[in-house]
Write a protein that binds this ligand. Structure first.
Ligand SMILES: Nc1ncnc2c1ncn2[C@@H]1O[C@H](COP(=O)(O)OP(=O)(O)OP(=O)(O)O)[C@@H](O)[C@H]1O
Ligand SMILES: [Mg+2]
Length: 458
């Protein structure tokens, strides 16, 4: 995984982020450096690499300007295990609620499923072979008695010859996809995964880990059950079963722990909500408690997970918050020191909004065009219509509440609601709809003028 070609350069990372996030260049630049530095660290010769700490980042910016989006896309670009947690959801150790270590356990879970997918892909061919054989076994069970062959390896026993020939005929049919609806018996494991009542309980996984293992140990192992289903459905289950046989789970665990340790990204949202704002009483004390709990994890410690011990020293932490009511300096000094890189995200302007509407790979206009495209209706937006939508969204942000680019979602859905309702009953296939500036004004300007109304609707 360490080949340089797999790792993007800072500029390449920014270029990837640019496909989805408009503006916020400072934030993009800093996350790209942090990401590249991890590759650099892993390639440092000698012991110094262990000393090099990640450039944890504190992102400051009001709601809906792209903080979460940047972190999420970064993880995708890096193909790194990623978890997003809300600082305000944690409670101090000793109180009921999620303890901070659970974020590391979640990260490892993420890592495990990534590695599993990888390994699955590696044994794909072998798995397909085994699955095909298993399906054939279910269709035409092989004969129990041992075949007798002559010196040339031909069957003397005609039953076997017949059985083998039938199997081959079915194999061909199977490959041609002619048998997908045929029903076969499949043995399904029943107690795979967690026991329901534990998964649903509010008690944290950490404290329950051992209990779960104990209970599993007491229960009769592997209850399995035969079920009838179509070959098409059975294949999905068999692929899981057969690939599990081919994958060494201990290896998966080892690799997953390494991946989490060296490439994991933990995004801690709403960090401002645990800043104490200076006072030393009541809720503030417990917020400070959460910060104190966070400290060792961000600083580097060993966390027990059911897949092994995970060292957090080189996990990249990105914290984010609006910091409207508190300041970064309200965080306890030790924690501040652990987020050496501060980036401020800019408020988005109506010009940004227009670009956000049109340009990103997942832009809203593209999404709506695709939705109606599925009904064979061609939707398009005039340039001046986009200007108008952007201006209106920005105005509402200024007057009602600034929710950043999220405003575009509410405005667009209000604008297009009737249209989405009329297709295909009133507006049939092959229609072409062009959203014009006039249309935008007609549907939205009334709302913008009426502040009370827009508070509820937009
Ligand atoms: N700069 C941007 N470029 C493109 N899209 C953006 C940008 N900022 C926000 N968005 C869009 O707005 C939505 C909300 O953004 P995001 O989740 O990143 O907000 P946030 O900054 O994390 O806010 P919060 O503080 O409320 O968590 C995203 O789904 C994204 O599509
Ligand atoms: Mg967010």
């Amino acid at each position: 995984m360490l080949e340089s070609s797999n790792y993007l350069t800072p500029r390449e990372i920014v270029a990837e982020l640019d496909k989805y996030i408009i503006g916020q260049n400072d934030a993009k630049k800093n996350v790209s450096i942090a990401l590249r530095n991890r590759w650099r660290r892993m390639n440092v010769k000698g012991d110094l690499g262990k000393e090099i700490m990640p450039n944890n980042i504190l992102m400051i910016g009001s709601t809906g300007v792209g903080k979460t989006e940047i972190a999420r896309r970064l993880a995708k670009v890096a193909r790194a295990p990623f978890v997003k947690v809300e600082a305000s959801k944690f409670t101090e150790v000793g109180y009921v609620g999620r303890d901070v270590e659970s974020m590391v356990r979640d990260l490892v879970e993420q890592s495990i499923s990534m590695i599993k997918e990888l390994k699955k892909a590696l044994v794909e061919e072998k798995t397909a072979q085994a699955v095909e054989d298993a399906i054939l076994d279910a269709l035409i069970p092989p004969l129990k008695s041992a075949p007798t062959t002559n010196n040339a390896g031909e069957y003397i026993n005609s039953d076997h010859e017949l059985n083998e020939k039938t199997r081959e005929r079915f194999r061909e049919k199977l490959r041609a996809g002619e048998l997908e609806d045929r029903k076969i018996d499949v043995t399904v494991d029943k107690n795979s995964g967690n026991l329901g009542f534990i998964g649903g309980s509010p008690i944290d996984e950490g404290s329950m880990m051992n209990i779960q293992e104990m209970i599993n140990g007491m229960m009769p192992n592997k209850k399995s059950k035969k079920r009838k289903m179509s070959i098409e459905d059975a294949r999905k289950i068999l692929v899981d079963q057969e690939s599990a046989k081919l994958i060494d789970m201990d290896e998966v665990k080892d690799e997953a722990v390494k991946l989490a340790e060296n490439s994991g990204i933990i995004f801690i949202d709403e960090i401002d909500k645990v800043a104490s704002g200076g006072s030393k009483q009541g809720a503030d004390v417990s917020r400070e408690g959460v910060q104190r709990d966070l400290l060792p994890i961000v600083e580097g410690s060993a966390v027990n997970t059911k897949h092994g011990v995970v060292k957090t020293d080189h996990i990249l932490f990105i914290a984010a918050g609006a910091f409207h009511l508190s300041k970064p300096s309200d965080l306890i000094p030790e924690l501040q020191g652990r987020f050496p890189i501060r980036v401020e995200l800019q408020s988005l302007t109506d010009k940004d909004f227009k670009v956000i509407l049109r340009q990103p790979k997942n832009a809203l206009t593209k999404q709506y065009e695709a939705l109606l495209g599925a009904e064979d209706v061609q939707l398009s937006f005039n340039d001046d219509a986009l200007d108008e939508i952007a201006v209106i969204a920005h105005e509402i942000n200024m007057e009602v509440e600034n929710i950043g680019a999220r405003r575009l979602h509410t405005v667009m859905s209000h604008l297009l609601n009737d249209l989405l309702f009329d297709v295909p009953d009133v507006i049939g296939a092959n229609a072409q709809i062009v959203v014009t500036k006039e249309m935008v004004n007609e549907r939205l300007s009334g709302l913008v003028k009426n502040r009370d109304l827009s508070q509820y609707i937009l």
